[in-house]
Design a protein around this ligand. Structure first.
Ligand code: NCD
Length: 353
């Protein structure tokens, strides 16, 4: 396959050195890494999400929201399975009046005829104003953004909707938004103890979330995982250099009682190369009814979904189980993010119901 000149050099740079490439005029332009978000941007997005969901409560408001980006078109290119990320982006676009095209299966695109992904991206960019990508290849969204910014004069925003084992920045936004909403009555996000459970080695949601949590004061993260699937160095190094306290353990019950935020994830066995998932007893990392009285009264229980057995159905009606709200929050924060990317925040914030 051909390769565009310059990609390799760009890609190999430290992430911190690349972040400005995804910005324009001081604003985030392409959403590739969660490190692009500062507290200021996060809080703006949280407030904007709160505002648009309030506006959406009336028909007048819902009709108004559909005018905010009615002049824009978006492409959803999701070649890796997705339910929530796809549907919440699609519905975020509907809320804002954006017209959407989609490819969910590469077999229906010219990829099957040997077209490079680069040419597919350039083609999409000829038709739309925003591309949202989920792809099995790590870094594919980054490559798309690099290509459009470096080689074309139609550099439209690209949003990473999950790329390989790597990052899932908009999932981290909705996770943080969920924490923000629940922490409003609990002194804010600072000083929270966060317990992350599961396949932390290959789970991309926890990689992105850890980076956003690190922006807040006095956060402590406890990584609970089988030894084989413990969090990797990329995260621990990042936390070390940002002075975030963390611990690792294999024993869930030992730490359940100290968590303010309990974040469960599934085994990511689609990334198995051999049969590394097979001899793991993952049931040690399941949260069931019996655990409800071991956790803090005001703790919250989260899961990015899809869930298998990590949290039993019998936990769903406990007021601390926030995962269903968490999914819905994804639609609102993604709508807010898209408004922000097109710099139409004032339109929404100034709306009087
Ligand atoms: C996550 C993902 O795709 O990384 N799902 C999601 O987007 N909500 C988590 C997962 O697949 O386990």
């Amino acid at each position: 396959m051909q390769e565009y000149k310059g990609w390799k050099e760009f890609f190999e740079k430290d992430i911190d050195k690349k972040l400005s490439f995804f910005q324009k005029n001081g604003n985030v332009f392409d959403v590739i890494y969660s490190q692009q978000f500062t507290i200021t941007i996060l809080e703006r997005l949280f407030k904007l999400s709160d505002k648009i969901r309030t506006i959406a409560k009336s028909k007048k408001g819902t009709d108004f929201l559909q005018t905010i980006l009615s002049d824009k078109r978006a492409m959803l290119f999701f070649s890796q399975p997705s339910t929530r990320t796809f549907l919440s982006f699609l519905n975020a676009c509907h809320i804002l009046g954006i017209k959407v095209s989609e490819i969910r299966d590469s077999r229906t695109s010219s990829e099957i005829k040997g077209e490079s992904l680069e040419d597919s991206i350039r083609t999409f960019s000829s038709y739309v104003d925003l591309i949202i990508i989920r792809h099995f290849n790590e870094n594919f969204a980054e490559k798309a953004s690099w290509l459009l910014n470096s080689y074309t004069n139609r550099s439209i925003p690209v949003i990473n909707g999950g790329s390989g084992k790597d990052q899932h920045p908009t999932q981290a936004l909705l996770d943080m938004y969920t924490i923000y909403r629940s922490a409003k009555t609990k002194g804010g996000i600072d000083n929270k103890k966060v317990i992350m459970v599961g396949d932390l080695k290959r789970g991309r949601t926890i990689r992105s979330l850890s980076r956003l949590l690190a922006l807040y004061k006095n956060i402590e993260i406890i990584f609970v995982a089988p030894k084989k699937f413990q969090v990797k160095d990329d995260i621990t190094k990042f936390l070390d250099s940002n002075n975030v306290k963390y611990n690792k353990t294999e024993n869930l019950e030992e730490v359940l009682g100290i968590g303010d935020i309990l974040y469960f994830t599934r085994l990511q066995n689609e990334y198995d190369i051999g049969n590394e998932s097979e001899d793991i007893d993952y049931s040690k990392y399941y949260f069931t009814e019996k655990h409800l009285n071991m956790i803090k009264k005001d703790a919250i229980i989260m899961h990015p979904f899809p869930r298998r057995n990590e949290i039993s159905f019998t936990v769903d009606n406990d007021p601390r189980a926030l995962y269903w709200k968490q999914s819905r929050n994804g639609m609102w924060i993604r709508a807010a993010l898209i408004i922000y990317l097109f710099q139409r925040e004032d339109l929404a914030m100034n709306f009087q119901s």
